[in-house]
Write a protein that binds this ligand. Structure first.
Ligand SMILES: Nc1ncnc2c1ncn2[C@@H]1O[C@H](COP(=O)(O)OP(=O)(O)O)[C@@H](O)[C@H]1O
Ligand SMILES: [Mg+2]
Length: 357
C-alpha cells in the first residue's frame, strides 16, 4: 500500500502542494518549523480523518483562509482517489469521486502508523491515550468497531445530558442505559480479546529494543468488574452526585507493566520511551499480519534521537515494507537517517511550505 500523490490546498503552512511519491522510503529534510510534520499530519488525516496532534479541523486551515483541501491517490488493492475538504461551514469527503456515506466504506483504504514524540503519552499520559490506542487498533482491523463505538458514545452523551436535568426522567434513562450496556458489552469483549493477541508482538518488540530484559505485560482493566447492567444500576446514587455516567468502557484502561510494576510510576525515562515505541512497532506488525502488508509508516523526528538498539527494532518492519512495495515517510532536520538502516532513500527538501525532490 502506498500514496502515489499528495495534493494540499491551504493546509497548515502549505498554500498549495502537489507531490508524487513512489513506493519506498522518503526522507523529508528541513529546518525547524518548515512544514515536515505538517505533511505527516496530512497523511495521517487521510487515513484516520483525525490529526495525530489531537486538534480539530480549524487549526489545520492555513491562517487567514476558509478551509483546507487534502487529496491523494492510494495504491493498494486497486487505486483510489480521496478528497477531503474541511471548512467550518462545509465538510466533504469523497472516495473515487463518490461522497462517502458510511465511514466503514472509507476507513481501511489507507492504513498508517505514526511514530512521534507524543507517543510517550501512551505510557505517561492519562487512560484516554491508551483507550484511543486500543480503539484505533480495533477500528483498523475490525470495520464494525467504529460504528459500535459511535453508538456507545451517542448513548453515553444522551445519558449524561439526562443526568444533568433538574428532574430525572427514569424511563428515558433506562432506555439509554440499555443501549449503553448493549454497545458497551460488545466493546469490552473486543478490547479484552485484542490484548492477548497483541501482547506477544509488543513483548517481542520490547525485547528487541530494550537494553534490560524486563518482562512486559499488558493488562486490560475494564471499569466494569463483572456485569455492566448490574454495576450500572448499583452506581445510580453516585451518578446522581456526579451527574454523569461513572462506569463503562469510557473509563477503561490498559495497564502497562514492566516486571509486574506499572511502567508509568516505576519505569525509567528510557524504559518508558522504549515501551511506547514497542507498542507502536507492535501496532504496525499487528496490522501487517492481519492485512498481509504493512501500513504506511510515518516516522516524525525520532529516528535520529534513538540509539542503535532502539532503531534496530524498526528493521523487520522496514524490511517488510521494502519487500511488499510499502512506504515509509520520515522527517529529520539533517541527514541523520542511520546508515545501518541503509537503503535507497528518496530525499525531499522541505522549506517554508514547499517540498522539492
Ligand atoms: N494553520 C496554519 N496556518 C499557517 N501556518 C501554520 C498553521 N499551523 C502551523 N503553521 C506553521 O507551520 C510550521 C510548522 O510546521 P511543522 O510541520 O510542524 O514544522 P517542522 O518542519 O518543524 O516539522 C510553522 O511555521 C507554523 O507557523
Ligand atoms: Mg516537526
Amino acid at each position: 500500500m502506498y500514496l502515489a500523490h499528495l495534493r494540499l490546498r491551504d493546509f497548515r503552512n502549505y498554500a498549495r502542494l502537489d507531490a508524487d511519491f513512489t513506493p519506498g522510503f522518503h526522507l523529508l529534510l528541513g529546518d525547524n518549523a518548515q512544514g515536515k510534520t505538517n505533511i505527516l499530519e496530512a497523511l495521517y488525516l487521510i487515513a484516520t480523518l483525525r490529526s495525530f496532534r489531537g486538534v480539530g479541523g480549524a487549526q489545520m486551515v492555513r491562517h487567514g483562509q476558509k478551509g483546507y483541501f487534502v487529496g491523494t491517490n492510494v495504491v493498494g488493492q486497486g487505486s483510489h482517489d480521496i478528497k477531503i475538504y474541511w471548512s467550518s461551514q462545509k465538510r466533504n469527503l469523497s472516495l473515487d469521486a463518490q461522497p462517502v456515506r458510511k465511514l466503514t466504506d472509507y476507513l481501511g483504504v489507507l492504513r498508517t502508523v505514526v511514530f512521534c514524540t507524543e507517543d510517550l503519552l501512551l505510557v505517561k499520559g492519562v487512560s484516554r491515550a491508551r483507550r484511543r490506542f486500543l480503539d484505533l487498533l480495533l477500528s483498523q482491523t475490525y470495520p464494525a468497531y467504529l460504528p459500535l463505538l459511535q453508538r456507545y458514545t451517542g448513548a453515553l452523551r444522551s445519558r449524561n445530558a439526562l443526568l444533568k436535568q433538574p428532574t430525572l426522567n427514569t424511563a428515558t434513562l433506562d432506555s439509554f442505559s440499555r443501549e449503553l450496556v448493549a454497545a458497551g458489552n460488545e466493546i469490552m469483549r473486543l478490547r479484552r480479546d485484542l490484548v492477548p493477541r497483541f501482547l506477544p508482538l509488543a513483548c517481542q518488540a520490547y525485547q528487541r529494543i530494550a537494553n534490560g530484559a524486563e518482562e512486559l505485560r499488558l493488562e486490560y482493566q475494564p471499569s466494569v468488574r463483572a456485569d455492566f447492567e448490574v454495576e450500572l444500576a448499583q452506581s445510580r446514587r453516585r451518578e446522581a452526585a456526579y451527574r454523569s455516567t461513572i462506569i463503562g468502557p469510557h473509563r477503561d484502561d490498559l495497564e502497562l507493566l514492566l516486571d509486574g510494576r506499572p511502567a508509568a510510576q516505576f519505569g525509567s525515562e528510557g524504559q518508558k520511551r522504549t515501551l511506547a515505541i514497542a507498542c507502536k512497532l507492535a501496532q504496525a506488525e499487528y496490522l501487517a499480519g492481519i492485512h498481509g502488508s504493512p501500513p504506511v509508516l510515518l516516522i516524525d523526528d525520532i529516528m535520529g534521537e534513538l540509539d542503535e538498539k532502539r532503531r534496530s527494532g524498526f528493521l523487520p518492519l522496514l524490511d517488510r515494507a521494502h519487500e511488499s512495495r510499502g512506504q515509509v515517510f520520515m522527517t529529520a532536520t539533517e541527514e541523520n537517517w542511520p546508515k545501518e538502516l541503509g537503503r535507497e532513500v528518496r530525499r525531499w527538501r522541505v522549506e517554508g511550505g514547499a517540498v522539492v525532490a
